[in-house]
Design a protein around this ligand. Structure first.
Ligand code: SAM
Length: 277
């Protein structure tokens, strides 16, 4: 249990994951019917981009740091603008994690369950969501807790599965958790984050999803020319497996990709590659 997201908050992978989350939540808000968000690996909720951890990796500077100036562009796709507004509203040097982003898009009828196993991160999460009536923090193992929460009584919602991939069997655990969750709540939208270090591991995850009868998936991957290493801190690529993507979500993400990819490469000269298939 060594992983600490403070080193990586706001990096290129977080940026794509959080834009996608905002786009999904904006879709769910189109109907008045309530929805539920379950964040199985919620992290701390808020991150200090001026911390020694963030400064040491410089990842936020090369991620969200490069995007903030886009905010005033009148041509910006809506979900991207909404995401940048949320980040800016936190104030300079602060970056919201998935759970906090989720709370910003909750309406009174919606709810969030944010699960975090690490006691220190769970404590910060608690503080960062305090006062939000329809957000609940659960200090627990996200994989173990998820089945009991499904299906949510709202019968609409999104499940974000965003583990640290510290454990060697994490891809397998994610695949099993996704299949089991889908059996209980087949109409839910699932957003599963994964690092791209081994194509075989990624392909196996999609293979397992398809073998479990999960038909509708979308793949969003961002790859940079950063020098990769076995450590997540030098991650060069990351992806999202999205189950039951909302109608038109792929085109929306493609539009956003065309705006952000040029800014997310290792250097300003070489754009990142963002694939939406
Ligand atoms: N979802 C967050 C976001 O987008 O801002 C980032 C989460 S971070 C990648 C992964 C988090 O999962 C860490 O805070 C770690 O402590 C936590 N974690 C690790 N194993 C867990 C488990 N089995 N259940 C719940 N949380 C876990």
């Amino acid at each position: 249990m060594n992983y600490r997201h403070a080193f990586h908050a706001g990096n290129f992978a977080d940026v794509i994951k959080h834009i996608a989350l905002v786009a999904v939540l904006r879709h769910l808000r189109q109907k008045d019917k309530p929805f539920c968000i379950i964040d199985t690996h919620a992290g701390a909720g808020i991150y200090d981009l001026e911390s020694t951890e963030a400064a040491r990796t410089g990842e936020a500077a090369a991620g969200i740091g490069r995007l903030l100036s886009l905010h005033d562009d009148p041509q910006l796709p809506d979900a991207l603008r909404a995401y940048l507004t949320l980040v800016k509203q936190e104030g300079e040097g602060r970056y919201p994690g998935s759970a906090r982003i989720a709370t910003r898009l909750l309406r009174p009828q919606d709810r969030l369950v944010a699960i975090e196993r690490h006691p220190v991160a769970a404590g910060t999460l608690h503080t960062s969501l305090s006062g939000i009536r329809n957000a609940r923090v659960v200090e627990a193992d996200g994989y173990e807790r998820l089945p009991a929460l499904l299906p949510p009584h709202e019968r609409r919602g999104v499940i974000l599965i965003d583990p640290p991939y510290e454990a060697e069997n994490e891809f397998t655990r994610v695949g099993e958790a996704l299949a089991a969750a889908h059996r209980r709540f087949a109409t839910g939208i699932y957003v599963v984050w994964y690092p791209i270090k081994s194509r075989a591991a990624v392909d196996a995850l999609y293979g397992e999803a398809s073998a479990s009868g999960i038909g509708q998936t979308l793949r969003v991957e961002v790859e940079t020319d950063r020098v990769s290493s076995p450590e997540r801190e030098r991650l060069a690529g990351a992806g999202l497996l999205i189950v039951n993507p909302p109608f038109g979500f792929d085109d929306r993400m493609r539009r956003i990709a065309s705006v952000v990819a040029p800014l997310l490469g290792r250097t300003n000269q070489k754009p990142a590659t963002i694939t939406v298939v």
